[in-house]
Design a protein around this ligand. Structure first.
Ligand SMILES: Nc1ncnc2c1ncn2[C@@H]1O[C@H](COP(=O)(O)OP(=O)(O)O)[C@@H](O)[C@H]1O
Ligand SMILES: [Mg+2]
Length: 250
């Protein structure tokens, strides 16, 4: 086992136990996850890398409660989400999980400020203006709060999506290729903000990326191939990530 860059006594934010996910499919079922077991410590950032089709998005969706595993357990913040009804899972997700989609998924007719506050409205929770103000400042959005999504650049829209994912103070924030649509400089900047904001507010981050440079900014890198975690590395450099990806590539 590699040495972890954090105290092993820190609590576990996310635990997957022998998670399988099979899509029924047409002619034959697709086994997208084939037995994934992992623990992520609170307050850490983890990258998930691997070839297209290796199961990265499926892993995120199942871990985030956007989809349910075919078998196995998903435990978030000590709560086992296995067997929750769809309604209870949605409620749970709104309370404890943030998700940043590659395509931002902002609501076009709502202002930036109302997009950021949307998860609180959906959860029927009071907005905390101080907290929203801190997030807006941390992500450099102060001058943009009155705009509509159509009036934002890609990098700005992605920062709004990140603020929205963090606003309910979720224990875990997932991001599926959040920098995929951005040029590499903007992508690195947005990712740095996500990492810094999450670190400052002690949130656990899991990010899918194709970019070795981006992956290497995380504490830990998980390599997926054919629905399995085939390598688990801490403190990897971008060069190490690139060569490892080549080694597992197929
Ligand atoms: N909704 C779905 N229905 C059927 N097959 C799917 C579905 N989503 C993903 N898959 C399949 O599962 C495998 C893993 O996909 P995915 O998790 O999207 O991988 P990645 O994000 O690494 O590209 C692929 O073979 C993909 O075609
Ligand atoms: Mg994907």
């Amino acid at each position: 086992m590699p040495t972890l860059p954090y105290d092993v006594t820190t609590s576990t934010a996310l635990r997957l136990v022998d998670v399988h996910k099979t899509y029924p499919g047409g002619a034959r079922p697709v086994a997208a996850l084939r037995g994934v077991t992992l623990d992520l410590a609170s307050g850490t950032m983890t990258s998930v890398v691997g070839q297209s089709g290796s199961g990265k998005s499926t892993l995120l969706h199942v871990a985030a409660g956007l989809d349910v595993p075919t078998s196995g357990r998903v435990v978030i913040g000590g709560h086992d989400t296995t067997g929750l009804s769809a309604d209870d899972l949605t409620r749970y997700r709104r309370e404890h999980i943030g998700f940043v989609f590659q395509s931002y998924n902002l609501i076009p007719h709502l202002s930036v400020l109302n997009n950021i506050g949307l998860p609180l409205v959906l959860a029927g929770r009071e907005a905390d203006p101080d907290w929203i103000g801190q997030l807006v400042d941390a992500l450099g959005l102060a001058d943009l709060v009155g705009r509509r999504p159509g009036e934002l650049s890609g990098g700005q829209a992605q920062r709004v999506a990140i603020a929205r994912a963090l606003v309910a103070r979720p224990a875990v924030v997932f991001a599926d290729e959040p920098t995929g649509a951005l040029d590499s400089r903007t992508g690195a900047h947005v990712l740095g903000l996500l990492a810094a904001t999450a670190r400052r507010f002690d949130q656990t981050v899991v990010i899918v990326t194709h970019d070795a440079q981006v992956a290497a900014t995380a504490d830990r890198v998980l390599y997926l191939a054919d629905g399995l975690v085939v390598h688990d590395e801490t403190g990897a450099s971008a060069e190490q990530v690139t060569s490892r990806l080549l080694a597992i590539g197929r």
